[in-house]
Design a protein around this ligand. Structure first.
Ligand code: ADP
Ligand code: MG
Length: 728
């Protein structure tokens, strides 16, 4: 039997492209057909019930029991008519994936007759066992149960799979003692803090605004690899990234992949998952090749933030499921291949009022521009103030490979504004708020003109982790596998808190007799000055920037364990308590969960690295070496001179050198792992894994990759980069 690599390569050769059935060539015919959206609710519910659920969706009003009974019945009828047999609460535990616990509609009746039932209670609440999900010690209290509770602001949907259909109800997941055990609950709290704070500030300008919500457009980058090749790489299989692999002769150096033609096989896959996504109301709009070979991106049109995040989580699920039908594996890891670009998940964020106004969009009039500047400058100020928390919000073992690497934002949080807005802020900062202007009763004309279309923001700085892109901020440092709730909870929280502070300061000035517009501008002017250090327009990947940032006192925490300190710093605790986003207990629990996940993932990587070296690489190298030895012995035997087998001897020596290196280093790494495992404190343990264990990865890899270049290609057991990276 040939090795797994060649079996896989053969499998790839015989791939055919599966037929993709699209329900209609007109997307509007099937868009959202698997969603129990407002329109369907209207059809299925009484007028009163519909009004009540609408208020619950739009204004977060609680639902009464009777209405939830009605909605449950309606949902069941709709779902069963579409062929669903089960329902589940769908939630986002801190594992990073989504979770489901399926129950059937079927219930035995009193008289032995079966009926299909779905009660209001079952809609509103379910009780999965909280102790089986990461809970950071919260389970250690006597109450292990948790419950999921319906989030009416995200509609129920039907998940189709080969063997059946399930009604999924988006929920939050909390412990019985009330602590959030998921990503969604804190996000909703942060949004409610933002809503309140932003509406208050909006009222300086427009009293008709009643509600403010954030919007989010998520660009998702990913790699595709053939399933058979993926399965032949234990490192990819268990860690999502390649721990070894010499760079392919051709990589991304020709820059011929970005926006290039999409390979036929990939195109079929995209069409297939897009169709599934569109049925679920995920407004996918763009698709294209990314920079690296086999790297792609898709992006939906932006939506209300909570929904956008649910949709992204769902999208990642669908992408993985559909990939199987096409014999692909989708890699959402931030850095599957060393030496080519990594993947991100750009979070395009803005704040939008119930009147439809984007508060981060420059306006036509000075008054509108003052409103724009207010939200714009407060966001900059908030990110400056809590830069460390923003940094920690994107930290993960996988994103550590990407931050600071040459294609992605460095671990320094800075903000790119574009030269036009930079000039505007500079002008405000240096201009004097003169007496003459103060006496002007009309609209305040001292605000510099802001063009409605910001030209230089279309050609934006790709090296900035947080960039203003015309009418929104783009948080680019978020990793491709992340649940966007984590960074978005932080962003919305820091902005909410900042707006509250702003309001207090402006009100104080107004109370002292200052005119409102002048008061606002006075405070903004101060904020601009205070937060100046975080603004950076240059090349964020350059060494100069690292030096400059250090001079400015900006932090540059390169890896996760220490960056997570910000999650539980005194300053953050105060912020979380004030905004009611996390209690102390929740913040500590989350910190613990994140540290645990960090070191455990490194532990898995270290283990699989050791296994592959000992059981795959060394045996293959020795087999080849033995062949050479046999060859040398033979040549000697027939009486040839030493210079006729000099090359063989050289290779034999080289092989031994690399084999020795990887063997001794793997042994040492195992010792370091044991030492790290014995450490109790999670932070210290994670740091030990980061600084003592992980440091072996690169040197071991280097020598394995050298072996890959020496050993007979027909004997090499792992699919090579050139085979993984190019889709046939
Ligand atoms: P690029 O790759 O150049 O960054 P894309 O067009 O791929 O740009 O992605 C831009 C994303 O930003 C899309 O998801 C888009 O819907 C979203 N977006 C546009 N306007 C807003 C807005 N006001 N708020 C949030 N997201 C927005
Ligand atoms: Mg982008």
């Amino acid at each position: 039997m040939s090795n797994l690599r060649f079996q896989a390569l053969n499998a790839v050769l015989s791939r055919s492209i599966p037929d993709v059935k699209i329900p209609s060539s007109k997307i509007s015919d099937f868009y959202g057909s698997n969603v129990f959206d407002k329109k369907k609710m209207k059809d299925f519910l009484s007028k009163e019930a519909f009004q009540s659920i609408s208020n619950s969706i739009d204004l977060a009003e609680p639902l009464n029991r009777e209405v939830s009974e009605q909605i449950a019945t309606a949902m069941k009828s709709w779902a069963m008519a579409k062929g669903a047999t089960h329902y589940t609460h769908w939630f986002q535990p801190l594992t990073g994936t989504t979770a489901e616990k399926h129950d059937s509609f079927f219930e035995p009746g009193h008289d032995g007759q079966a009926i299909e039932r779905f009660s209001g209670d079952a809609l509103v609440q379910q009780e999965p066992d909280a102790s089986s999900f990461p809970n950071g010690g919260i389970r250690n209290t006597f109450e292990a149960r948790g419950y999921t509770a319906w989030d009416p602001s995200s509609p129920a949907f039907i998940m189709e799979s080969k063997s059946g259909k399930t009604l999924c109800i988006p929920t939050v997941f909390v412990s019985y003692t009330g602590e959030a055990l998921d990503y969604k609950a804190p996000l909703l709290k942060a949004l409610s803090a933002l809503d309140k704070a932003a509406v208050d500030v909006c009222h300086y300008f427009d009293k008709s605004i009643e509600k403010v919500n954030a919007s989010l457009g998520i660009e998702q980058e990913y790699f595709l690899v053939d399933l058979a090749l993926f399965n032949a790489r234990p490192d990819l299989l268990l860690t999502g990234r390649t721990l070894f692999g010499h760079m392919s002769a051709k990589g991304q150096q020709l820059e011929d992949h970005y926006f290039g033609t999409i390979p036929e096989r990939v195109y079929a896959y995209m069409l297939d998952f897009e169709t599934e996504a569109l049925k679920l109301g995920i407004p996918l709009k763009t698709r294209h090749n990314e920079v690296a070979p086999s790297q792609f991106e898709c992006a939906p049109i932006y939506e209300e933030i909570n929904l956008a995040i649910d949709h992204n989580q769902l999208l990642m699920d669908i992408m993985e499921k559909v990939a199987k039908r096409h014999n692909f594996k989708v890699l959402l890891h931030e850095k599957p291949y060393a030496g080519v670009n990594g993947s991100g998940k750009h979070n395009n964020w803005s704040i939008i009022t119930n009147t439809g106004k984007n508060l981060l969009s420059p306006g036509k009039t000075p008054k509108n521009n003052l409103m724009f500047l207010t939200f714009f400058v407060n966001t900059v100020r908030a990110v400056y103030e809590h830069a460390d928390l923003m940094r920690s919000s994107i930290a993960s073992v996988s994103n550590d490979h990407r931050l600071g690497a040459n294609e992605a934002p460095p671990a320094i949080i800075s903000i790119f504004l574009g030269s036009q807005l930079n000039d505007v802020l500079d002008e405000i900062e240096t201009s004097r708020i003169s007496k003459k202007i103060k006496e002007d009763n009309g609209l305040w004309l001292g605000i510099p003109k802001i063009p409605q279309i910001l030209l230089d923001n279309t050609d934006r700085n790709r090296t900035s982790p947080f960039a203003f892109t015309g009418n929104k901020f783009e948080f680019r440092a978020v990793g491709s596998s992340a649940n966007s709730s984590a960074p978005m909870t932080i962003l919305n929280t820091v902005v909410a808190d900042q707006l509250v502070k702003f309001k207090v300061e402006v009100d104080k000035l107004i109370k002292k007799g200052e005119k409102k517009d002048i008061a606002i501008l006075t405070i903004l002017k101060r904020y601009i000055k205070e937060s100046k250090d975080i603004r950076f327009e240059g090349n964020g990947y350059s060494d100069e920037w690292e030096q400059e940032a250090a001079k400015r006192g900006l932090s540059n925490i390169k890896t996760t364990p220490k960056s997570l300190d910000a999650d539980v710093s005194e300053k953050s605790m105060e912020l979380f308590e004030k905004t009611k986003v996390f209690s102390k207990r929740e913040a500590h629990a989350r910190h613990e969960i994140r540290l645990e996940s960090f070191y455990k993932k490194l532990q898995i990587e270290a283990r699989i690295m050791g296994e592959i070296v000992n059981n795959v690489i060394i045996p293959a190298s020795i087999t080849y070496q033995s062949k050479l030895v046999q060859n040398v012995i033979g040549l000697k035997e027939i009486g040839l001179a030493e210079d006729t087998y000099a090359a063989q001897l050289q290779i034999i020596n080289k092989l031994s050198e690399h084999i020795n290196f990887i063997k001794t280093n793997v042994d040492q790494m195992i010792e370091e792992r044991k030492t790290a495992n014995a450490i109790e404190d999670l932070r210290d343990k994670s740091i030990a894994y980061d600084e003592k264990v992980k440091t072996f990865f690169d040197p071991i890899r280097y020598h394995v990759d050298k072996l890959e270049q020496l050993v007979d290609d027909s004997q090499w057991p792992l699919p090579k980069f050139r085979e993984l990276l190019f889709i046939k």
